[in-house]
Design a protein around this ligand. Structure first.
Ligand code: ZN
Ligand code: CU
Length: 493
């Protein structure tokens, strides 16, 4: 009988603080790390030989749309087999409550799957406590859901009474332990909100320390004004700011990330807590409905080129998946806009697209910057051809960008997906490997780790991720899911 349930021996340990890797053994007891020492060799301990491998804190995916996947696909293989042990849900203004609005979002990503009932964010988190996923879940309150519940699709500011009702919905999320408030200001109905409304609602999180995460109004020509608006909202509301999927969208805007990064630096120099997240790809992804409404309004998604817009999920017409709008338009003898309308008429909200709108240089510039943490923004449409970021984000940062391209050191890359986001999102006891911390761990081969998912063939977990533990329980063994579902809800107190 040992004082440890498991000893992981011989790995190079990246502790999540950004410190360089060092040889260390890890002793686990129950759901915690009990010891981090060199040459831990108690008699009788069950040992996992990890010589030649690296061990790191489990990755925190701070930008997900897994609100309903953790309920409907609780094994979450597309995340945990990629090393993710915690997902932050509720991004881009979507969210798990109120339930009537949540059902609409769930229908987009999981068409045909009925959603269990719950009441508010408290009910959602209670549901997950009773029927856990394989990973931990922290939730944001989504502004779009709040606005839709009170104002429907109205393109106007709320009255005082309406704003009070919206505040009450947000407060329910604060009290349930949500970690912040998100907006999606290109989407219906989030785009109708002016700064004042967002400030009033985000302010509900000021006392708890929750943050404001935003899919900004414009990531193209208006990128810099959008960053300014985001920072001003955080400052006025008294909450930290998280800029979601930091990028410059569209050829004519490439390079602007240097200026948007400078705006973030300036805000930080003034004492504001402003950071961002990023997925490491030159293509974006969203629902076709949002793209079409921007194009119809005379705006541009990226360059607005139909050949850059690739259909990723069309459940009624899988033969369209992987095709560009330009190719469909040519086949049908329609204008690109009419071809997109035809797809939307046939598929509705379940039509999602991949948008090839960024440049490699910007991806690297943002990734190199110390204010950037990693978030997949994966759309968990398990049929069709979802953007490969759903599976490959973290492995791609560690393999392609850290090891192969030297964009950032491996220990820094690990920090950007562990200790850094844990601190920003107020997730305690996770993100760093030290005695007393929760045993959320990834054991990977730093020489082999690589994303395998591609745009045409995305449904593959990365290579080189051997073992994953969540709260001390093994959810991935030799790359395969064990079926364990030890995830917890992480509530902000
Ligand atoms: Zn977004
Ligand atoms: Cu998103």
């Amino acid at each position: 009988m040992s004082m440890y349930d498991l000893v992981i021996r011989g790995a190079t340990l990246f502790d999540g603080t950004g410190a360089a890797g060092r040889p260390a053994d890890l002793g686990l007891r129950g759901d915690r790390i009990a010891a981090v020492e060199s040459a831990l060799a108690p008699a009788g301990a069950v040992a996992l030989d990890a010589r030649g491998l690296a061990i790191a804190p489990g990755f925190l995916d701070v930008h997900t749309h897994d609100d309903f996947a953790v309920v409907l696909h609780p094994e979450m293989g597309f995340k945990v087999q990629g090393g993710v042990t915690t997902v932050v849900v509720g991004n881009c203004g979507m969210g798990a409550a109120p339930h009537a609005q949540a059902r609409g979002f769930a229908a987009a990503f999981h068409p045909g799957l009925p959603l269990p009932e719950w009441d508010g964010y408290a009910g959602y988190l209670d549901h997950l406590d009773a029927a856990p996923a394989s990973c931990n879940v922290a939730a944001l309150v989504g502004h779009g859901a709040v606005r839709a519940a009170v104002l429907g699709g109205d393109a106007r500011a709320p009255s005082d009474a309406e704003l009070d009702r919206m505040r009450a919905i947000v407060r329910e999320g604060v009290e349930a332990g949500c970690v912040g408030f998100s907006t999606g200001l290109i989407y219906e109905p989030g785009k109708y909100a002016q700064s004042d409304e967002i400030v009033a609602l985000a302010h509900e999180f000021a006392a708890s320390g929750g943050l404001y995460a935003t899919h900004m109004r414009d990531e193209g020509a208006g990128l810099l004004d959008s960053v300014r608006e985001s920072i001003a909202i955080g400052e006025r509301a008294g909450v930290p700011v998280q800029i979601s999927h930091h990028k410059a969208s569209g050829r004519e805007n490439w390079g602007k990330v240097r200026e948007s990064l400078r705006l973030i630096e300036d805000a930080r120099a003034r004492g504001l807590d402003v950071t961002a997240d990023q997925y490491p790809y030159t293509a974006a992804s969203t629902v076709l409905a949002a793209v079409l409404s921007v194009l119809e309004g005379g705006g541009a998604i990226g360059s607005g080129r139909a050949e850059d817009i690739q259909l990723s999920s069309a459940p009624q017409h899988p033969e369209w998946e992987g095709e560009t709008i330009a190719a469909l338009a040519a086949r049908w003898g329609l204008s690109p806009l009419d071809a997109a309308r035809r797809v939307l008429d046939a598929e509705g909200i379940a039509a999602t697209v991949v948008l090839h709108v960024m440049c490699e240089d910007d991806v690297r510039t943002v990734l190199r910057h110390p204010t950037t943490m990693i978030g997949s923004d994966g759309l968990p449409t398990l049929r069709g051809k979802p953007h490969p970021r759903l599976y490959g984000t973290f492995a791609r940062v560690l393999g392609t960008y850290a090891r192969d391209e030297h964009v950032l050191p491996l220990e820094t890359a690990v920090h950007r997906m562990t200790g850094f986001p844990a601190r920003k999102f107020g997730i305690e006891g996770r993100g760093e490997l030290r005695p007393g911390a929760f045993a959320d761990l990834v054991v990977f081969d730093p020489a082999r780790i690589a994303d395998i998912a591609t745009y045409q063939d995305p449904h593959h977990p990365p290579a080189g991720i051997a073992h994953v533990f969540v709260n001390g329980a093994q959810v991935v063994r030799d790359g395969a899911h064990t079926g364990a579902r030890p995830g917890r809800t992480l509530r902000r107190s």
